[in-house]
Design a protein around this ligand. Structure first.
Ligand code: ATP
Ligand code: MG
Length: 400
């Protein structure tokens, strides 16, 4: 049976923080119940910016997986694996590179942006330019339908879609496509086959987009079709030939910006973060050291929550009653800043409680983590191999 697949990855560049938890991991944990999910450690992507210092990648990768597990990613539900352990990603990346227009890569907005942002590093490398293409390969190799992305990643996903389209356009004609497509139509059963044929005619003769949509809905309903037959039927419908690679769709994650200790977005580079597994002692220390409204110099000075980074954390962690207490207390100098920080500390510790426990469990069982990854890599690799068989064949590299 064919189910919609979700693929997402993260670069192993250091301990994960609460920004990653709120911005990414809670979403993954939800998605794993809704779709077959493939979550991977993007270790090759880490090399694109860290090629001069790769020694920490291995350690970071394992730590990051422990962070994922701690956050509630469940290896029984989701497939967790390491990108470089599925070398088919590299093969697809290479083959796609033959047909990826340079202009497309140069136009991806993050290319120039990141080069400017990380100006201390020489990022005029082949690998860095190819980052979006590698990402496209990561997604396309699993024929993923859904990719959870934030706004900033939308151009990358669009790039992956265009790459798939271009590939299918160039190589999607099997010599016996027509025949295979007709075979697939028969598999729909009489009634659906007739409806499919009717919708196909309506689109190809009248250009009715609606007919395509109806046909897509019809095909989605049929459970027993193989991925390839389904793709053939999509292609036959629109007269484009077989779709060897599937165009992924964005699952737009709602914008989330976890504030850091200084009010700016929590980020590794700003040093304003709290890690998922930070000790209770350190959490207390960091929150107590947070700056507050600069106008509140003495305990008796009234303050304005809108000028205070602690308030932003209340917006993430506190209920209405607590927020009212903070607002009234701050503006009237009824409470001090340390009082105000108390509930934030408690809430973070409470959130981290189950994470710390799960992390401790996995820290004590490194073999278990290794096994989870070995299983995940094997599962991912089986799927990747399937796609690569079709890709090679389409390029005339089947050698069978
Ligand atoms: P860097 O400083 O290297 O940019 P970072 O800590 O900002 O590191 P990224 O690698 O940029 O982390 O982010 C990885 C993912 O986590 C991205 O999808 C990003 O949107 C999300 N993320 C990071 N920080 C936050 C945050 N403060 N709030 C919400 N999401 C975040
Ligand atoms: Mg960042």
């Amino acid at each position: 049976m064919y189910a919609e697949r979700v693929v997402s990855g993260m670069r192993p560049t250091g301990a994960l923080h609460l920004g990653h938890y709120h911005g990414v991991l809670t979403n993954w944990v939800r998605l794993q119940h809704e779709y077959p999910c493939f979550f991977f450690v993007a270790d090759w992507h880490a090399l694109t910016t860290q090629y001069d210092n790769p020694s920490s990648i291995n350690r970071n990768a394992i730590d990051m997986v422990v962070d994922w597990l701690a956050a509630g990613v469940d290896p029984e539900q989701a497939t967790i694996f390491i990108q470089s352990r599925v070398p088919e990603h590299a093969e697809l990346h290479l083959l796609l590179s033959m047909m990826a227009p340079l202009g497309w890569l140069e136009r991806v907005p993050t290319y120039k942006e990141q080069q400017e942002k990380l100006s201390s590093k020489d990022l005029s490398t082949y690998g860095f330019l190819g980052y979006p293409l590698l990402m496209a390969a990561d997604i396309l190799i699993y024929r993923a339908d859904k990719v959870p992305v934030g706004d900033d990643q939308v151009p990358h996903l669009e790039f992956a879609r265009e790459t798939a389209r271009r590939f299918n356009h160039l190589y999607g004609r099997e010599p016996d496509f027509e025949e295979k497509a007709k075979e697939a139509v028969k598999k729909l059963g009489n009634k659906k086959a007739r409806l499919y044929a009717e919708l196909r005619t309506r689109f190809q003769q009248e250009g009715e987009r609606e007919a395509v949509e109806q046909a897509h809905a019809l095909l989605e309903e049929v459970q027993h079709l193989s991925v390839l037959d389904r793709e053939r039927l999509f292609g036959y419908l629109e007269g484009t030939g077989k779709m060897i690679l599937v165009e992924p769709e964005a699952l737009l994650t709602k914008a989330s910006r976890m504030p850091g200790l200084d009010g700016a977005k929590m980020s590794k580079s700003y040093g304003n973060f709290i890690t998922l597994r930070e000790t209770a002692e350190s959490v207390g220390k960091k929150i107590r050291a947070m700056p507050t409204d600069p106008a509140r110099i003495r305990r008796t000075d009234p303050g304005d929550p809108l000028k205070c980074p602690v308030w932003q954390l209340h917006l993430v962690y506190s209920d209405d009653a607590c927020r009212q207490w903070v607002e009234a207390g701050c503006k009237s100098a009824g409470i001090g800043c340390i009082d105000c920080k108390g509930p934030v500390i408690d809430a973070i510790l409470k959130e981290q409680g189950p994470m710390r426990e799960r992390a401790r469990f996995y820290e004590e069982e490194p073999d278990l983590v290794r096994n989870i990854l070995a299983d995940g890599c094997e599962k991912a690799r089986d799927l990747a191999k399937e796609t690569m068989r079709d890709v090679r064949e389409a390029l005339g590299l089947g050698y069978s």
